[in-house]
Design a protein around this ligand. Structure first.
Ligand code: F6P
Length: 322
């Protein structure tokens, strides 16, 4: 194998640059040239490829976002779009592709593999919803940002005897919300995985007030059964809650900024493993963290379901909040 390509796709996540760097430099070690595909599948179909030398990936290890840029794309879901992408790869004499991204991006990678093109996936998404890996690139960094925000909000909440509703990302998965609630000492958490009514939120906040807490923190995942704006409206009409309510939506702040040490290591190991896999003739696999080991699992398995959250996390979040 002499020439491979790498792309980042879907929502960016801190550590994607560290993975790109690891791919390029591992390639150099094996005398493999690496081309960067700009703007994910859109760039693949347009043939927007650029040779990445050691210099291009110098100084990017600690940078958030992705130097290759990213996009969400509908056209590549069509047979015509896929044929275009394959044609561009062949035109550039690329022999293998590494796709760094979330579920949708890895589904695209699996399509290329099934079409006979050697493809390896790397899980990159702050949501930690990718099946088969303990952690995806960016999760740890996003969690650290959320925790810093919760700590700050608790200071002001406590000073004013207020309850804060904090919306965090995760439209299909409550991992960030649940983990941040446990680690941030929240009174309650609402996720897409469990039914939860606005009345239950009001009751829990009231309970915290009556028990004499100086503040209450409620973490709500983006994909919760109700929007935080609805909840704010609902709580405003519940005189019994006791606390004054404030709402903070963390939004895309959670995705920006440099990767944590954990994410730099994870991304670096995954980048190295992905190139080694291509060099060894593997295809249709995703690099996955399994305990402390770096495994290869079938892309088909990784994209066919979402990663479930451990039941014990839901239990912990409840009893630790008492
Ligand atoms: O998939 C990652 C993610 O950050 C989700 O948590 C969030 O719902 C979504 O992307 C936001 O997407 P966009 O950046 O397109 O607004």
């Amino acid at each position: 194998m002499k020439r491979i390509a790498v792309m980042t796709s879907g929502g960016d996540s801190p550590g994607m640059n560290a993975a790109i760097r690891a791919v390029v430099r591992t390639g150099l070690e094996y005398k493999i040239e690496t081309y960067g595909v700009r703007q994910a599948y859109a760039g693949l179909m347009a043939g927007d490829f650029e040779l990445l030398t050691s210099v291009e990936v110098s100084g990017i290890l600690q940078r958030g976002g992705t130097i290759l840029q990213t996009a969400r794309n509908e056209e590549f879901k069509t047979a015509q779009g896929q044929a275009k992408g394959l044609r561009r790869l062949n035109e550039h004499q690329i022999e293998g592709l590494i796709v760094i991204g979330g579920n949708g991006s890895l589904t695209g990678a699996n399509v290329l593999h099934k079409a006979g093109f050697p493809t390896i996936g790397i899980p990159g998404s702050i949501d930690n919803d990718i099946f088969g890996t303990d952690m995806s690139i960016g999760v740890d960094s996003a969690l650290n940002i959320i925790l810093e925000a919760i700590d700050r909000l608790r200071d002001t909440a406590s000073s004013h005897q207020r309850a804060f509703v904090i919306e965090v990302m995760g439209r299909n998965c409550g991992y960030l919300a649940l983990t941040a609630a446990i680690l941030g000492g929240a009174e309650l958490v609402v996720t897409p995985e469990r039914p939860f009514s606005m009345q239950e939120v009001a009751d829990a906040l009231q309970d915290a007030y009556v028990r004499g807490k100086s503040h209450a923190i409620c973490v709500v995942a983006e994909g919760a059964p109700f929007r935080v704006s609805e909840l704010e409206h609902f709580l405003a009409k519940q005189a019994k809650v006791g606390f004054e309510i404030r709402v903070t939506i963390l939004g895309h702040i959670q995705r920006g900024g440099g990767p944590s040490a954990f994410d730099r290591l994870l991304a670096t190991r995954m980048g190295v493993k992905a190139v080694q896999a291509l060099r060894d003739g593997e295809s249709g696999k995703m690099v996955a963290l399994n305990g402390r080991k770096m495994d290869l699992i079938p892309l088909e398995d990784a994209v066919s379901q979402l990663r479930p959250i451990s039941e014990s996390y839901f239990e912990m979040a409840k009893f630790l909040a008492r």
